[in-house]
Design a binder for this molecule. Structure first.
Ligand code: SF4
Ligand code: SF4
Length: 313
């Protein structure tokens, strides 16, 4: 089994992109402790707890030689939030419209790994992760040629854009690596200028404590008053810095049923969502990434959005 066969199998399993990075000691991995020291992780204590492991995939799998990185397009054919002029429209981040990506991508990575074990001449060590692992997956994605890390901190593929779920299999096989992606942001600063809360404090550096994604998903407790107006009608996450990116100007849309918007979230208004009962919200959140905030988190976000809507009247 070689790299070409692994990538062909990944495509057959529904991954749009697959690349391979060596399990190396990349300079980009070294910024993470500084980012934490600046307090940009906010209440995400798990990032501090796992900082040492995140320094290198060999801390997670000591025998690691290669990191297979997959990319899956989740964009669907709905317009961008920045194209919507109805302030009552509840804005939900695109990645959360369909089924929970963790479960879907994990299942596909398991199928790829099962095939690799069958195709391999001998046994090997491996671990797979989707987003939640102690791995700086964007750095490995860049070194696997999936895309570069943009000033908005997202991985951008020059042909596909950044509406991508990443997944990775760290393994002890010495697979032929791909060439790393190179930065193609150039002089563009659109994402930095468009961010409603000025959360991108330097190119490629995000102060999570100001980011709407953090404020509406990761933060427990109430949203700081000073930041509430800028949240506007975002009730779960934010896509603005990706929507304005020129590399997402004409992105491919996935026909995969798992990423299509669930009716409960599809072009709904904030008052409509606020009128749903807890049971209705719970049912809509079942098997969806939105479960992360629980019903109470969604209600908190809806109150902020309603407050902002009333302020416009
Ligand atoms: S997700 Fe929204 S709030 Fe966060 S950095 Fe991007 S534009 Fe700013
Ligand atoms: S908007 Fe411009 S600067 Fe920001 S990630 Fe896209 S290309 Fe890079």
């Amino acid at each position: 089994m070689d790299s070409t066969e692994v990538k062909a199998r990944a495509r057959a399993l529904g991954f749009d992109l697959c690349g391979i990075a060596p399990a190396g000691d990349f300079p980009e991995l070294n910024f993470f402790p500084q980012w934490l020291a600046r307090g940009y992780a906010g209440e995400m204590a798990y990032l501090n707890r796992s900082a040492e492991r995140r320094a290198d995939v060999r801390n997670v799998l000591p025998s690691a030689r290669s990191v297979i990185v997959t990319g899956t397009v989740y964009n669907t054919d709905r317009p961008y939030s920045t194209e919507c002029d109805d302030p009552s429209r509840a804005q939900i981040a695109r990645y959360a419209w369909g089924d929970d990506y963790h479960a879907v991508i994990e299942k596909r990575l398991d199928a790829l790994l099962a095939w690799m074990r069958e195709a391999s001449a001998g046994p090997f060590d491996a671990r797979r992760y989707v987003d939640t692992g102690p791995v700086q997956e964007r750095v490995y994605a860049q070194h696997a040629g999936i895309g570069w890390i943009g000033k908005n901190t997202c991985v951008i593929n020059p042909g596909i854009g950044s509406w991508l779920f990443l997944g990775e299999i760290i393994c002890s096989l010495p697979l032929e690596p791909d060439r790393p992606s190179f930065d193609q942001c150039g002089a563009c600063t659109l994402c930095i200028e468009a961010c409603p809360t000025q959360a991108i404090v330097e190119p490629g550096v995000l102060d999570s404590t100001r980011c709407i994604s953090y404020l509406t998903i990761e933060l427990r407790g109430s949203v700081p008053e000073a930041l509430r107006p800028a949240i506007g009608s975002h009730v779960y996450g934010c896509d603005v810095c990706q929507e304005v990116c020129p590399w997402n100007a004409a992105p491919p849309a996935s026909a995969d049923p798992v990423w299509q918007p669930r009716p409960a979230w599809d072009r709904r208004t904030t008052p409509d969502l606020a009128a749903m009962s807890d049971d209705e919200l719970r049912r809509a959140m079942r098997g969806s990434a939105i479960r992360r905030t629980k019903v109470s988190g969604v209600r908190r976000n809806l109150s902020v959005a309603l407050e902002n809507l009333r302020a416009l009247e």
